[in-house]
Design a protein around this ligand. Sequence first.
Ligand SMILES: [Ca+2]
Ligand SMILES: [Ca+2]
Ligand SMILES: [Ca+2]
Length: 146
Amino acid sequence: MSQRTSIRRRLATWLVAALASAGAIFGLAAPASAAPQDYCDSGTACVWDDPSYNTNGNYGALLWFEFYVGNMSNYNYRGTSITAGNTADSWYNNGNSSTACFYDHAYYEPRSTRKCLERGTGDGNIANQAGLIQNVTWDPNSAKFI
Ligand SMILES: [Ca+2]
Ligand SMILES: [Ca+2]
Ligand SMILES: [Ca+2]
């Protein structure tokens, strides 16, 4: 084996090892799935600004509540400066037993247009024609477990 071949082989081996470890690092950094319950703690309900349970691509940037939130306009999605008032397009109820309802305006009004999700359910796009919540043209400004 010539000296040159040996160095090439060593370089190739090093490159494979480097790529493999880089892949392992990326594998850890990016979760394989983005299930809403991975980010919305048990016992709470959560909303996100965008469809598919994220805010600007961040699944952790949510607004959560344990009992109620009377005025979402008082809060931003976690870690952002984006208001949660009248902006949420994805909703998830990770509560233990109760149904969670979402209302167009603050302080649970109007009751006539509220939309509700049973425990352990969600909808990743309230405006589309799929899933549990469909064709909702308003975004919520309050929500509570009932
Ligand atoms: Ca939105
Ligand atoms: Ca609204
Ligand atoms: Ca939907």
